[in-house]
Design a protein around this ligand. Structure first.
Ligand code: NAD
Ligand code: TYD
Length: 365
């Protein structure tokens, strides 16, 4: 039986990963270490019931004693590190916590994995171990109109979030290059799907649209992101964990580049049709002051993971967005539970002071 330490799996991608793995593999143990920050929600995991293959531990990846004790108790084969502060806008207003969790936390996990997996005197690594760092395409910075990110594109992060993720990636590389730790890094494009916290573009727009609230588009809305349905990302991580060549980075994406305005208009169309609600219309779109340092375009070249590991995305954007809207509309209780209290304060802080932009002032369509 393979034993995994999976971190941050009460958040968006981690939750989907736990469901994916429990469905896909019979004989596994997933120990899920999550601090339950604002982005972590134990209710996400209720569908697991009392399946003994999943054990939840509330705790911090930065805690050396806790992480050591988990290695002592479970003798993990794999560490898959999802835990992170993940939102660019929050990293602009409060960067320190991004350094703590994303850099120091990753370093702590690497150190404890090394203690458990490597005979320090002989520098011999135990067979069958791997550390997989779940990273992001944002570490590469921004693209112009042409070209794509490959695994050899130089790191050029711009936001405190992407800088902290790039720093973590470099520590993972250092543990491989210096100590010989078996590692992989995956760098995926923007994910969408169930359980995503509504601070991110798609669930935020779904929530605001159903309430007929303004849909805040940063700047001209012509920034481009490369969207991947979350289940495809989960399958990529599972594939890289079991088959990826140690020391390698794998980009994950599916050539699905869309402007933010296209995404918002698609959400409006899908919701209006499903709900038959004429109040959900493009009149809700409100251009607001842009994000400082906003990356203009991301685009992944996924050739390597396809060629070497046979991974290809399976969900088209057209299907994925309908499934996603369906999930949020079927789970309005979930949405309401995560958008009260602290969320309202966050919303006011991030959006309250953003100037509205009009076509004659501030941006051109
Ligand atoms: P998320 O913000 O939804 O979830 C993060 C989880 O980590 C939460 O459950 C939170 O409680 C937990 N966490 C935060 N700090 C912690 C700490 N110190 N100790 C333990 N747990 C802690 O994030 P997500 O969107 O699910 O992203 C997961 C990973 O995937 C991140 O590493 C992110 O950088 C990466 N990624 C995300 C995307 C995307 O589009 N969402 C794309 C590419 C890569
Ligand atoms: P986001 O979901 O925060 O992901 P990331 O910044 O990691 O790509 O944002 C996706 C894009 O949508 C990004 O270009 C910023 C933009 N955006 C808006 O225009 N309005 C919003 O309210 C949000 C949250 C994002």
């Amino acid at each position: 039986m393979k034993k995994y330490l999976v971190t941050g799996c009460a958040g968006f991608i981690g939750t989907n990963f736990v469901y994916y793995m429990l469905k896909k593999h019979r004989d596994i143990l997933l120990v899920n270490l999550d601090k339950l920050t604002y982005a972590g929600n134990p209710a996400n995991l209720e569908g697991i019931g009392n399946d003994a293959r999943h054990i939840f531990v509330k705790g911090d990846i930065c805690d050396p004693e806790l992480v050591s004790s988990l290695f002592g108790k479970y003798d993990f084969d794999y560490v898959i590190n999802f835990a992170a502060e993940s939102h660019v806008d929050r990293s602009i207003s409060d960067p320190g916590v991004f350094v703590r969790t994303n850099v120091n936390g990753t370093f702590n996990l690497l150190s404890k994995a090394k203690d458990a997996w490597c005979d320090a005197e002989k520098n011999v690594w135990r067979e069958g171990k791997k550390f997989l760092q779940v990273s992001t395409d944002e570490v590469y910075g921004a693209l112009g109109k042409d070209g794509f990110f490959t695994e050899t594109t130089p790191l050029d992060p711009h936001s405190p979030y992407s800088s902290s993720k790039a720093s973590a990636d470099l520590f993972v590389k250092a543990f491989h290059d210096t100590y010989g730790m078996p590692v992989n890094v995956t760098r995926c494009s923007n994910n969408y799907g169930p359980y995503q916290f509504p601070e991110k573009l798609i669930p935020l727009m779904i929530n605001n649209a159903r309430l007929h609230r303004p849909l805040p588009v940063y700047g001209d809305g012509m920034q481009v992101r490369d969207w991947l349905y979350v289940d495809d990302h989960c399958r990529a991580i599972d594939t890289v964990c079991s088959q990826g060549k140690p020391g390698e980075v794998y980009n994950v994406g599916g050539h699905n580049e869309r402007t933010n305005l296209f995404i918002v208009k698609t959400v409006i169309d899908v919701m209006r049709e499903k709900l038959g609600d004429g109040g959900i219309s493009e009149n809700l779109i409100t251009h607001v002051a842009d994000r400082p340092g906003h990356d203009r375009r991301y685009g992944i070249d996924p050739t390597k993971i396809g060629r070497e590991l046979g991974w290809y995305p399976e969900t088209s954007f057209e299907d994925g967005i309908v499934r996603t809207v369906d999930w949020y509309l079927d789970n309005t209780g979930w949405m309401e539970s995560v958008t009260s209290g602290a969320y309202l304060r966050y919303y006011e802080e991030n959006y309250g002071s953003r100037r509205k932009l009009t076509a004659d002032k501030g941006f051109s369509e």
